[in-house]
Design a protein around this ligand. Sequence first.
Ligand SMILES: [Zn+2]
Length: 57
Amino acid sequence: MAKREHRIILGLVCTICKNRNYVTTRNKINTEEKLLLKKFCKHCRKVTDHKENEKLK
Ligand SMILES: [Zn+2]
């Protein structure tokens, strides 16, 4: 199986305003839990929690 099939593309959504601010990838073999990252949200104009939601691919 090709290595890149283990990487899934997902969106990171601000938990405050629900805007999708980032797109990232995750290796589902190495990282089984959902991501929760502190990132700058340009809509809230501050650092907020961003969680993964949709699988883009
Ligand atoms: Zn926000």
